[in-house]
Design a protein around this ligand. Sequence first.
Ligand code: NAD
Ligand code: MG
Length: 389
Amino acid sequence: MKRIAILGSTGSIGTQALDVVAANPNLFQVEVLSAHSNSALLIEQARKFTPNAVVVTDEARYATVKDALQGTPTKVLSGSSALDEVVQWETVDVVLGAIVGFAGLRSTLAAINAGKRIALANKETLVVAGELVMRLAAEKHAEIIPVDSEHSAIFQCLVGENPANVDKVILTASGGPFLGRKSNYLVNVKASHALQHPNWTMGAKITIDSATLMNKGLEMIEAKWLFGLKDEQIDVIVHPQSIIHSMVQFNDGSVKSQMGLPDMKLPIQYAMAYPQRIANPYKRLDFREQSKLTFEQADYKTFRNLALAREAMERAGNAPCVLNAANEVLVHAFLQNKVGFLEMSDMIEKTLNSVTFIEHPTLEDYQKSDAEAREYAQEYARKSQLSMY
Ligand code: NAD
Ligand code: MG
């Protein structure tokens, strides 16, 4: 029986993790749930799974949740600092990091400090501070098992292999809803359109990142740190069917891939149960129904976020942190129709060139760079034509 803390339990990953728990009551028990502002769903989840505690990070929602759970065995805590506390509890075996964005960094570091097993969905944590996170994890013997489907695939391909024999990893990208489109089309797309992903249903932020290919850029940086790779060992290929979740090429030319139907519950349950596999009755991949698996070069010229992410990865230091902060601000603005689709790349690039470069950042440096980048990005967004209306 594994006791789990699910941070971000009301999101796309969090709710699917709870589906996995509900399907396997002999394997998992919910110890902690957390959400930012969706108090109604958090209350419903707490009633169903009776965790020891729930954390509502948005303090304005505390009273609502506290009142609703009066008389139940669940403690109600509030604020981000409460997350630091609960992940360290002895009764927590696995922390599922499913908070979105930079906001997930702090609790991930707290879980690492406590030497916990972390099933990590929150890729931004590794993008922002991958070097620091992996160094601390090694020091504290905290295992990080990826939830992101590409990284889960690579992780599974590497089981039983000597990492020194890896030539490169090949991240597959669906290409998103605008695959094949050019700038003259993209200049006019709105959030409602970009939110329609062909293969996956996910939170709003990652869905926009998938449409701009920033998601694949963030995943390159995530892979770099998770698997200790050099920049030139990381390749991206567009594979619109999302059946091959990623691949590893070894020094003898052999390539291993991990495949399956696109369903996030698979990488989630793999990370939660590792090194066990859990049998399930989900629909199986049938190659007769998937007779075509196709591949094409990613369009770095049109989808400039992918090129910008590679550039930030190569610059290293605080550059990926700045890239991430600018992207978070601009995705938020795009979702509110305040900046255009292509403007996001222009403004991320400007922000990257505005914030002071730090080669060997400390945690405080990352926090400062994040804040500084957000200010620049917000300022650029305010000057957008769309913001005027
Ligand atoms: P989501 O927006 O659906 O859910 C985010 C969760 O984080 C919610 O529970 C929310 O309450 C919580 N949250 C938001 N802001 C917070 C804050 N400031 N402090 C504390 N909690 C906060 O997002 P998602 O799609 O589930 O993605 C979660 C993470 O997993 C992201 O980093 C994403 O990149 C990664 N991921 C998601 C998928 C997917 O299929 N959804 C796939 C791979 C990786
Ligand atoms: Mg992914």
